[in-house]
Structures are given as C-alpha cells and as structure tokens.
Design a protein around this ligand. Structure first.
Ligand SMILES: Nc1ncnc2c1ncn2[C@@H]1O[C@H](COP(=O)(O)OP(=O)(O)O)[C@@H](O)[C@H]1O
Ligand SMILES: [Mg+2]
Length: 391
C-alpha cells in the first residue's frame, strides 16, 4: 500500500456540490499509513458542517474499500461565518435573494467581470448559495468566463431558468442573444432589462447574488439600487492614476445610493512571473489604498496580473476553481471571506435599505434616471418630483 494508491482512491471523493474531486482540487494535504490505519489531512474552503461531514464519510468509505480498518480524517476548515440574514428594508423585487453585491468600476477592461466570477465561485466554495448576474448589457462576458458560452437557458412560461456552473447560478444578456449581436438601447430599456433580470429569472433562494455592472455610473446602477437593497458595493480598479480617478466616481455613487461599501479590489496589481513566481510592479501597487481610505473603506484584495487569470477567463476555467492552490486563488478566497464578513456586519447593523433612493415622482409621471435620487436626497422644500430636467 502506498500513498499514491490512497490518493487514487481519494479521487473518488468529489467535493460536495461540485463535479471535481478533493485531490484534483489540491485539498488533500497529507496522507499517512500506520499499519491498518490511514490518517488523512484535508484543508477545505467551506465552513459548512455538512461539507465536512460528507467529505469525512466519503473518505472513510473509499479507504475501507482498500482494506483499512481505521480511518482518521483531519479536516481544517475556515471559521463558520454567522448565518447570512435577509435584507428587509425598502424595495426588493427579488425577495428570494438575501444579499446583493454590486461590482462596479469607472472604466471597462479593469477586471470587473473577472473579479465577479472569481469572488462568486470562491463564496460558493465556502458553502454559500451564490448567483451571478451579468448586468453588463453591452459587454456580456460572464457566459464565456463561466464556460457557458453558447448554452441556452430553459424558458418556463415567461420566466427563465438561470444556467449553472462551478456551483454558481448565472444569467446574462449574452445567454439570451446570438453570439456577437449588439444592442443599441435607450436608458429606459436598460432599466427594464435590469428589472426583468431580477424579477423574471428563476433565481433560487440565494445567500448572495453578485451583479457585474456595466462600467461607469448610470441608469443600470440607479435602477438596480432602486429595485433591490444592495448589501455591498465593490469597486474594481487598476493601480494607475487614471483608473483611480474613475473609481472615485464609483465610490461616490455608492455613497449617493446609500450602498454600504465593502471595499476596493486592486486588480492587475503587480505581476507574478509564471516561471519563477516572483512578483514585480507594473502599473503600481497599493495605490488604491489611499482612495479606499478616503471613502472609509478598505482594500478588499490585490490581485496580480497573472497569465492564468486571462487564460482562465478566455477558456471558461476560472482560476479560483481550476487552480485553487495558486496565490491568486488564495487571494480571491480571502477577499470572499472578508466580503461575507462585511455582509454579515451590514445585516447585524440593520441591513441594507434602499428606501431613500426610491423615485419620488407619482405613478404615471415620467421620471428620468437622475430625478429620483436628486429629488430624494435634496432638502425637503426642494422636493417637487421634478429636478431632472427631462420633462
Ligand atoms: N489580474 C489579471 N491578470 C491577467 N489578466 C487579467 C486580470 N484581470 C483581468 N484580466 C483579463 O483582462 C481582460 C479584461 O478583464 P474583464 O474582467 O473582462 O474586465 P471588465 O469586466 O472590467 O471589462 C480579460 O481578458 C481578463 O481575462
Ligand atoms: Mg466585463
């Protein structure tokens, strides 16, 4: 009997909720044989007791098949975060979702979709029920990044079933259109689309829905904030000054929309050389910290430029899932834990509330996108339901 034989047998133990096994995930850290006893050490990312119990049982079954009389399984798991509670205040048109996370950036191409995908998968691997909504209507990249390009969703009446990959539910305009089609939409149509994504997609009971926004601060962001209480906002930026300038606008928008800010993800922060693993500075590193502090928030993660991240995105094999032992995957896992802790804190302190950003125009009266917030945050005597200049 060798350690290899044991590892081979452990390849039959799939990680609960996934199709991949614990050896391929790199979770098995040590194997020891003491006579007719096997001692296995496993490091998992989930704090859920069911995951721990199932892995322990499955390992015992597999190793007893090999003839071991006793099997000791030592599992190291992160501390269980408290139960994520529901956001109850204000308007919520997708009440089966407990928490909404808005991922924004000032510019395109800074890694918003990459961050959304990897954080969503990391939270799923930590035992949460997670969905990802690709609200970047003009540049829907999530299907490709999740390996779901070209997969068509099932339509049920006038509702749509989300697709699923890597333990995460997913919906995107890209899954509803033909490949390469473009959309030329007015603001009002964007607002309608965002609402339908929340109301007409058959999302399960989710702990967290991660929403990948179009770049900038516009109709999509406002509609989302008015439709559901957003528990946490994340800004993705690269370290260059020009990107930081734009990220301040996103942070300012979160403040105006009363969205609690979970932090800033500094993406493309340094470069990890694939052959020697040393990290070098390219666009600057740590420059986002000051911006984060000026908005009383923190640096949620510094993610290096790593070829495996780009390849993972292009091939639909996200690094967090496919290369869980890499430095980058560990950073995504750590920031997912911090994000979950932040969500927990917001809920403990009363939860997200979007009542202050509801449109103030009476039903039937045209309200433009900025009118609602401008009117609701303005002093009481100026509240007239107008103020947006569009009617
Ligand atoms: N840290 C990184 N290292 C290497 N490539 C990255 C990294 N982050 C993003 N990319 C790649 O950069 C491109 C843009 O990222 P994407 O997530 O699509 O940005 P956005 O959603 O902000 O437009 C993609 O090809 C992606 O794979
Ligand atoms: Mg994108």
């Amino acid at each position: 009997m060798t350690n290899e034989t044991i590892l081979d047998a452990l390849k039959n133990v799939t990680y609960p909720g996934f199709t991949k096994d614990i050896v391929t995930f790199g979770f098995v850290k040590d194997v020891q044989i003491q006579g007719d006893k096997a001692i296995i050490s496993v490091d998992i990312t989930s704090s859920a007791p069911e995951v721990k119990a199932q892995i322990t049982d499955d390992i015992s079954v597999e190793l007893k098949k090999l003839g071991f009389l006793a099997v000791d399984v030592h599992i190291t798991a992160p501390q269980a975060p408290k139960q994520l509670s529901n956001s109850v205040s204000g308007k919520n048109i997708a009440p089966q979702v407990k928490n909404f996370v808005m991922v924004s950036s000032g510019k395109g191409g800074v890694g918003k979709s990459t961050t959304s995908v990897n954080l969503a998968i990391a939270m799923a691997m930590q035992g949460k029920r997670v969905g990802i909504l690709d609200a970047d209507i003009y540049g829907p990249n999530i299907p490709r990044m999740m390996g779901l390009n070209g997969v068509k969703p099932e339509i049920q009446g006038n509702k749509v079933q989300p697709l699923k990959a890597y333990g995460v539910e997913m919906m995107s305009m890209g899954s509803l259109m033909e490949d390469g089609q473009s959309l030329i939409w007015r603001g009002s149509m964007i607002m309608k689309a965002i609402e339908q994504f929340l109301r007409d997609i058959l999302w399960s009971e989710l702990d967290v829905l991660v929403i990948d926004m179009p770049p900038g601060t516009g109709d999509a962001q406002l509609t989302l904030a008015q439709s559901v209480p957003v528990t946490a906002g994340i800004v993705v930026t690269t370290p260059q000054q020009v990107s930081l300038d734009d990220s301040k606008r996103s942070l300012d928008m979160f403040e105006k929309l009363h969205i609690p800010i979970a932090g800033v993800v500094e993406n493309m922060s340094g470069f990890i050389c694939p052959s020697c693993d040393t990290e070098s500075d390219i666009f600057g590193m740590g420059t986002s910290k000051e911006v984060a502090s000026s908005y009383n928030t923190e640096l949620l993660a510094q993610i290096p430029i790593e070829p495996a991240i780009r390849v993972g995105g292009d091939t639909g094999q996200p690094i967090t899932f496919h290369n869980p032992d890499s430095e980058t995957a560990k950073r995504y896992q750590a920031s997912a834990s911090n994000l979950l802790a932040f969500i927990d804190k917001v809920n403990t302190e009363g939860g997200a509330d979007n009542s202050a950003v509801q449109p103030t125009t009476p039903p039937g009266v045209s309200a433009c996108s900025t009118g609602g917030v401008a009117a609701s945050t303005a002093p009481a005597h100026t509240k007239s339901g107008g103020g947006c200049g569009c009617n």
